[in-house]
Write a protein that binds this ligand. Structure first.
Ligand code: ADP
Length: 476
């Protein structure tokens, strides 16, 4: 059991952790790449700015000496040697007017005509054995309006090494951040899945012997809280139905025991000594009555268990209720006459129900039979049928079986349709009732999507009111 409750939880936990790791890796990688790209751009811009400043100084210097014939010698003094920056000035024919000593043997790649060049042009140049350098090229006109090409060059080494230090920083901090995020994810996944373990443990403890235990609902508003509430509701329903089954089994056993006990006692007493023929006949008569009662009880139990397992419905047939009730009433009329009870019925409207004619006959026969059973001679049993229109426009047929019998006390009415419920135990047993008739009526009505209810007043009589959905026309 431990294995089955633990392994799925660990699986989900590890799966969440793995997903977290994948997502975090992707996010951190994208973030680092964007960051490094921005840093590199910023460093290059900073280096380009200083190149531009150096070039501006050079332009000022050139403007300061209007005599361009001597420009090379004048620049030689200030710009010949510089720790970081190297300069070159070229005239419009490509002849160098000045170059820093560093550039004596170095050819800079540039073949643009200074007369057409606009603005500043930055580029990276790879100098053999000297590494990558950043080159800025601009054009200007000297005092005689001759175009000059100015170039300033600086090594990228400092910039590259600063960039590399950022790369190393990210390469070191990134995995640490990733590991921390994955560990935090693992821990958080564990914490959020912990209530599921509680739910599983409680569900495991709940068994037929321990049905009252429920899952603890920590927060009814979160997903796990809602799951716990739904499970508790399912456990409630399970508990109710198991209790109903237990009650039903106990009641059924009790019901079966009494006729069996009567038959056994009668037989034992009869066998104890020799009896007269008349006495034997009486014992056989009692045994027959009890056997009949047992047969009826087992038929009803079987009916209910079939209904419970869904044997009733859905229905394909269309049943004409007026024809069906006419048949039932024909049989019932004779029984009422025999008992000296008046029987009345209203006109039966045309009403078609999608259902089962045998079970619908049984429903009305049971109700009429009860009315007759509990009404003394001289009383009346009535069947009234009418069709009414609901507020939503649909039509419903209402059938009322009423009698002038003893009535049923108000406290019994809510439980009357329960299995084995009897309002008046002694009278009922005397009349041979099993307490299952109304439960069967209710299951028939439910299967036909109708309703059944009872109204009664002690000393006045009872009314059983059945509604059945259907149509006034002979089609579904
Ligand atoms: P039974 O087969 O014992 O009559 P039912 O389920 O048909 O069982 O009825 C349950 C109980 O309801 C009966 O025991 C009886 O007390 C009461 N009851 C049913 N119908 C009537 C009625 N028409 N008048 C008075 N009591 C009734």
């Amino acid at each position: 059991m431990i294995g089955t409750s633990w392994s799925p939880r660990l699986n989900i936990r590890w799966r969440l952790t793995a997903w977290n790791a994948v997502v975090m890796t992707a996010v951190l990688t994208v973030f680092s790449l964007v960051l490094l790209f921005a840093v590199r751009r910023h460093l290059t811009e900073r280096a380009d700015q200083t190149l531009q400043e150096e070039l501006r100084e050079l332009i000022e210097e050139i403007n300061f000496y209007p005599d361009t014939s001597n420009l090379g010698a004048q620049l030689e003094r200030r710009y010949s040697v510089h720790a970081h920056y190297h300069f070159r000035v070229v005239d419009q024919h490509g002849n160098p007017l000045f170059r820093s000593r560093f550039l004596t043997n170095v050819e800079l790649p540039f073949d643009t005509d200074p007369a057409t060049l606009r603005g500043a042009v930055f580029q990276d140049v790879e100098l053999p054995e000297l590494g990558t350098h950043r080159l800025l090229t601009m054009a200007m006109r000297d005092s005689r309006s001759n175009p000059l090409l100015l170039q300033v060059l600086a090594p990228r080494m400092a910039l590259d090494s600063e960039f590399r230090s950022y790369v190393w920083m990210i390469l070191t901090a990134g995995p640490i951040a990733l590991c921390s995020a994955v560990l935090a994810g693992y821990f958080l996944a564990g914490r959020s899945l912990a209530p599921i373990e509680d739910i599983a443990a409680t569900a495991e403890r709940i068994s037929a012997k321990n049905l009252s235990e429920r899952v603890l609902v920590s927060d009814p508003n979160d997903e796990l809280g809602r799951l716990a509430i739904l499970l508790n509701e399912a456990f409630d329903r399970l508990q109710t139905s198991i209790n109903d089954v237990r009650q039903f089994t106990a009641d059924a056993a009790h019901e079966l025991r009494s006729p069996l006990a009567i038959m056994r006692t009668e037989a034992e007493v009869a066998l104890r000594s020799a009896r007269s023929d008349e006495e034997y006949r009486r014992v056989i008569q009692v045994t027959l009555e009890e056997a009949t009662r047992l047969g009826e009880l087992s038929d009803q139990l079987l009916t209910l268990s079939r209904h419970d397992s869904g044997a009733l419905g859905p229905f394909d047939d269309i049943v004409a209720m007026d024809a069906l009730l006419t048949d039932v009433l024909e049989k019932f009329h004779l029984l009422a006459q025999e008992k000296g009870v008046t029987f009345e019925s209203s006109t039966l409207p045309a009403w078609y129900v999608q259902g089962d004619d045998i079970w619908l006959s049984r429903l009305f026969f049971n109700l009429l039979d009860n009315g007759l059973k509990y009404t003394e001679a001289g009383g009346t049993v009535r069947l009234l049928a009418s069709i009414s229109r609901e507020t939503d426009g649909r039509q419903t047929a209402t059938f009322v079986v009423e009698d002038t019998g003893p009535g049923i006390a108000a406290e019994h009415l809510p439980s009357l349709f329960k299995r084995f419920y009897r309002a008046d135990e002694s009278r009922n047993r005397r009349l041979g009732g099993t307490g299952l008739g109304l439960a069967i009526c209710q299951s028939i009505v439910n299967a036909h999507k109708g309703t059944i209810r009872v109204e009664s007043e002690v000393g006045v009589g009872s009314r059983f009111i059945v509604t059945l959905p259907g149509s006034t026309e002979d089609r579904p």
